[in-house]
Ligand binder design. Structure first.
Ligand code: CTP
Length: 404
């Protein structure tokens, strides 16, 4: 089931460390390869021999230890792993991840790891509820780490409350679901628009907006990671695309974006229109630079409507296609979004409000609601744009499954 998957298991010093043995067994039985990274305290709770026997690999617990083949083992180890599962995660290791502290093998490896991380907290309920732990966990969520919430129950310290590490079966299932999601969009083709458009006034000046393009790029990358063939039609942005398989089509103006979308849309299963397209464009573009000396008393710009790309796609949409729009609103958010959903013939709309702190332009985070064409609304917390992309992709996948 998880054949050839490479799982790093991070163990920190808590009584729940004994459960890591069961977790390793589950991954090994499912065909995954496992390597363990532990903190010094972890070995107060579970022996190295147990972990090495179960994982069938050497345990890594020192950054510069004599057992290392070379001193950058934390880098080769993190290159090796597909996912990192920290179970149990103490308040201490959670604090280190949130604050970029790297002072032992586990925290150093986590800092060098840029793929999916799952964190299964385990601690006394008062430590779990402490504002510092909660703040650190929120930081992790905002950076797209997956927190496997601890359960309520009897704790080793004698207290009853929230803080007991989730059972190995539940942790295993979350990781398994993450891997199986990875090809859930295989065979599907999706178009994504992203970024601002620049509407030329003359050869050196344009009208633009503050869109960074991050949201659309995160969606395109997430779709590609789940196996979809992705065409990303992008306005001018400053982002490096992380997924090589995405077909990037660079455009500048709303007119060019429309032209590209008209070509691609008939061939796709779905389109997610995340671009901040100009609503107005200069009526007549000057062929040469406008000079101050020619316009001593100023100029008046005539702006005409730019093409409504999403609206056009809504008119063209066939029954077996899914169309998704974005709405960035400042007032009567929900009502306006519902109107847009209907008017533009969308399947669902992603609503973000400029009034929400951390949502909107230029931020690494976003807070959205999804409104489906059956009227249902799903509200989400403030998250990283990558995590938001994953939520949007989950909803799209549900729509595509209904069509199949
Ligand atoms: N959009 C588009 N083409 C445009 C303007 C917007 O494709 N010329 C798309 C955006 O990519 C987004 C959605 O329409 O998915 C919502 O954009 P928004 O500017 O909020 O909506 P408008 O229909 O332009 O309405 P208004 O400006 O009146 O809010």
């Amino acid at each position: 089931m998880l054949q050839k998957k490479k799982v790093l298991i991070g163990i920190s010093g808590g009584i729940a460390a004994y459960k890591a043995a069961f977790l390793i067994r589950l991954f090994r039985k499912a065909g995954a390869e496992v390597k363990v990274v532990g903190t010094r305290n972890a070995f107060e709770f579970i022996t190295r021999v147990t972990l090495e026997s179960l994982s069938e690999n050497k345990v890594y617990d020192e950054v510069f230890g004599p057992q290392n083949d070379y001193t950058t083992e934390h880098i080769s180890l993190t290159d090796w792993g597909d996912v990192f599962v920290v179970a149990p995660a103490t308040a201490n290791i959670i604090g280190k991840i949130a604050n970029g502290i790297a002072d032992d093998a586990l925290s150093t490896s986590l800092l060098a790891f840029n793929k999916k991380v799952f964190v299964a907290p385990a601690m006394n309920c008062k430590m779990y509820d402490h504002f510092a732990t909660q703040k650190n966990l929120q930081t992790l969520r905002e950076h797209n780490l997956d927190i496997i919430e601890p359960a309520m129950g009897y704790l080793a310290c004698g207290y009853e409350g929230k803080g007991r590490m989730e059972e190995p079966e539940v942790i295993f299932e979350k990781v398994r679901a993450y891997f199986s999601r990875n090809d859930s969009l295989a065979g599907k083709t999706v178009m994504v628009t992203a970024g601002p458009t620049h509407e030329a006034i003359d050869p050196v000046r344009y009208i633009g907006n503050h869109s960074s393009g991050r949201m659309g790029y995160a969606i395109a990358e997430e779709l590609a990671r789940r196996g979809a063939k992705v065409h990303l039609v992008s306005g001018p942005v400053n982002i490096e695309l992380k997924e090589d398989s995405v077909n990037l089509i660079k455009v500048t103006s709303a007119g060019q974006m429309l032209e590209a979308c008209l070509k691609i849309f008939p061939e796709v299963d779905a389109a997610i229109m995340a671009a901040a397209v100009a609503d107005f464009t200069p009526g007549n573009q000057h062929a040469s630079k406008m000079k101050k000396s020619d316009n001593p008393s100023g100029i008046t710009l005539e702006l005409v409507p730019a093409p409504d790309i999403l609206g056009r796609m809504g008119e063209m949409k066939k029954k077996n296609q899914v169309l998704v729009g974005f709405a960035l609103e400042t007032d009567n958010e929900e009502e306006n979004a519902r109107m847009k959903l209907k008017k533009k013939n969308l399947d669902f709309i992603v609503l973000n409000s400029l009034r929400e702190e951390g949502a909107g332009f230029g931020t690494p985070t976003n807070k959205i609601s999804l409104i489906n064409n059956n009227g249902e609304i799903i509200r989400f917390n403030l998250k990283s744009k990558e995590a938001v992309a994953s939520d949007v992709t989950d909803n799209l996948t549900a729509f595509l499954e209904k069509i199949d």
